[in-house]
Design a protein around this ligand. Structure first.
Ligand code: SAM
Length: 256
């Protein structure tokens, strides 16, 4: 059975959106995954089809009602994990994405306004997930990000041209390193030469150079990931403040 996604939203017309194109779009057409965009408003019970109300305790904005959202969840809930997108959630990681890809699918709740009533989060055991430390106007883009990240990992979605084996956060990179920089033709462009090792034909030397670059980039840009990488026993010889011999070249490209 294919991987099944449902998004509960006030704007179902925003789906599939970007997910209807490229890798995810082809996989959707091929039936490798399915997407059900459910309009929360269809579960409103009053004649105005209200889905939100003012916050108890006062304050700006509106809050999505628990009874309406709960009815929408009830309509799709099964064995799939239930996630609501919110800036105060646990940050999304590639590990979590891999976990979702291995399951039956996901039900995503996209918030709007100030967010959703806390009681439905607790009653339904919704996992609160954030896609980063910034505030979007709605959860639809966040849901799209989650689905894009998961769908590309589903079996048969990525061809050999796109590989997850050697990318940022991949297991082959200890799960904690950013990816090394890439180069293609021409070998020299605007006075910038491709690092010579990449033209050497020495596979082991290329692999070693890429690994050093991945480490240097991670150390320079993401102290949190670098600390996690260094803490792994097999990488225990990584000094936390090493010399700069492996400084990344990706910041401006190598000059001849
Ligand atoms: N009042 C909320 C707060 O301060 O945390 C922000 C609400 S935001 C304007 C409206 C909706 O956008 C949220 O309910 C959530 O679904 C979505 N959203 C905004 N930023 C997000 C983020 N970084 N990650 C995931 N969802 C986000």
């Amino acid at each position: 059975m294919s991987w099944r996604a449902a998004v509960l939203t006030l704007f179902p017309e925003m789906f599939p959106g970007p997910l209807g194109h490229s890798l995810a779009g082809r996989a959707l057409s091929a039936g490798r995954w399915s997407l059900d965009a459910v309009n929360i408003r269809d579960f409103a019970t009053d004649r105005h089809r209200s889905v939100d109300d003012t916050p108890f305790g006062g304050g700006a904005g509106m809050v999505i009602r628990p009874d309406v959202l709960d009815a929408a969840i009830e309509a799709v809930a099964d064995d799939r994990p239930l996630i609501c997108l919110t800036p105060r959630g646990v940050p999304l990681t590639q590990d979590a994405v891999r976990g979702l890809a291995q399951g039956p699918g996901v039900v995503l709740v996209a918030g709007r306004y100030e967010g959703i009533d806390q009681r439905v989060i607790e009653a339904r055991g919704l996992r609160e997930v954030s896609i980063g430390d910034y505030v979007l106007s709605g959860g639809e883009l966040a849901a799209t990000v989650v689905l894009d990240a998961v769908v590309r990992l589903l079996p048969g979605v990525m061809g050999t041209a796109e590989s997850a084996a050697e990318e940022s956060f991949a297991a082959s990179f200890s799960g904690h390193l950013l990816e090394y920089p890439h180069y293609t033709r021409p070998a020299e462009w605007q006075g910038r030469a491709v690092p010579a090792v990449l033209l050497s034909g020495h596979h082991a030397a290329v692999a070693a150079w890429r690994h050093e670059q991945a480490k240097a980039l991670t150390r320079a840009r993401r102290p949190d990931l670098w600390a996690a990488y260094s803490a792994q026993p097999q990488n225990g010889d990584q000094p936390n403040n090493p010399d700069q011999s492996a400084a990344p070249v990706a910041t401006g490209g190598a000059r001849p």
